[in-house]
Design a protein around this ligand. Structure first.
Ligand SMILES: C[S@@+](CC[C@H](N)C(=O)[O-])C[C@H]1O[C@@H](n2cnc3c(N)ncnc32)[C@H](O)[C@@H]1O
Length: 328
């Protein structure tokens, strides 16, 4: 049987898709010259007093970038819409099949879990700027995961402030309206009963067999590329809080250490609450390339494992555009 030949309109759709993908990150569409007519900064401007030429250039570049944030966002949205419409036409013409990714669950079918999750953000001073940006992205992803979860969990971001707060203010000011997420300057010890706390740590000797809905599970809000091994475990022990690691080793062999990103740990918890099956939860969330001797036979159905290239060492820099607030 011969494969369907693209009609003129699908050829157009294909062209639109490829144009859209080419342009998606193309910020040159935004007319910077309107806002910043000069390519170079005015080095004599008194606001740059005392700064080196290099610092002024960097500052000016950042200013230009920040000033066009709204335009860039609108341009990206328009391209996304265009791409979506073109794809829809291709589905309708049977040229491509719609992806089988996880579906958004209906709001009325979601049941809020009693299990509380804390993201302990007491580590700002241990992270460089890039890592703080990654941390912000990971928190956004946790929030977004709640939207497609059958049993979303209330999340409390403790010890929140400083540089991380500034990144949120700049990239995701809408966080103040996020449903189910409480940002607080308080510590988890100030916020919750100590008896209910369990600090999750890959360095713990205790292996969790299940999650208890009456507990408050703490995830260390840090991106450290393995610089601070045992940091959260030691913090918890010092504070007299029990710790637990996820039972990854019981189900999978990983090629690297079993240290996951904050959002992956959170997503695994959400999956476990839904299916009560660690193996399934790990396979659906942990990126395939972390598996030792990965082969196609243990490939999960979900798109989550294969497409997300982030792990503890490398979390892609996300933006507020990707982490859309819940519309409820
Ligand atoms: C990138 S890790 C931080 C690593 C850090 N060096 C530490 O001391 O935990 C972020 C957090 O995810 C959680 N986490 C990561 N892998 C885990 C695992 N295998 N079991 C339990 N929790 C894990 C921990 O709460 C950890 O603090």
């Amino acid at each position: 049987m011969s494969s369907p030949q693209p009609s003129d309109s699908s050829q157009e759709a294909i062209q639109e898709i490829s144009n859209a993908s080419e342009d998606q990150n193309n910020t040159t569409q935004v007319d910077m010259s309107k806002l910043y007519p000069h390519e170079k900064p005015d080095y004599k401007d008194p606001k740059y007093a005392g700064m080196s030429r290099r610092a002024i250039k960097r500052h000016y570049k950042q200013e230009r970038w920040d000033a066009t944030r709204d335009e860039r966002r609108d341009a990206a949205k328009a391209k996304k819409k265009q791409k979506k419409e073109a794809r829809k036409r291709m589905y309708e013409e049977g040229l491509i099949t719609p992806p089988q990714g996880p579906k958004r669950i209906r709001l009325e079918d979601q049941v809020w879990s009693k299990l509380n999750v804390v993201i302990d953000c007491d580590f700002n001073s241990l992270m460089v700027e890039k890592e703080i940006n990654s941390m912000q992205t990971q928190i956004c992803r946790c929030y977004s995961s709640n939207r497609s979860a059958k049993y979303p969990c209330p999340i409390t971001i403790t010890s929140f402030g400083g540089d991380l707060e500034q990144v949120f203010d700049k990239k995701t000011p809408s966080r103040t309206n996020w449903k189910g997420v409480d940002f607080t300057t308080e510590t988890y010890l100030e916020k919750f009963d100590k008896e209910k706390l369990v600090y999750l740590s890959a360095d713990s000797d205790n292996v969790a067999t299940e999650l208890d809905e009456n507990k408050v599970y703490i995830i260390g809000g840090i991106v450290d590329k393995n610089r601070y091994k045992g940091l959260c475990q030691e913090k918890a022990v010092k504070e007299g809080i029990p710790t637990a690691q996820l039972p990854i080793g019981e189900y999978l062999q990983l090629a690297t250490r079993k240290v996951l990103t904050v959002n992956h740990v959170y997503e695994i918890m959400l999956k476990w609450l839904e299916c009560k099956d660690w193996n399934q939860a790990f396979l659906e969330v942990i990126p395939q390339r972390k598996f030792k001797d990965f082969n196609a036979s243990n490939q999960p159905n979900s798109s989550a494992a294969g497409e997300d290239s982030s792990d503890e060492e490398a979390v892609d820099e996300g933006s507020d555009i990707g982490a859309t607030p819940q519309d409820n």
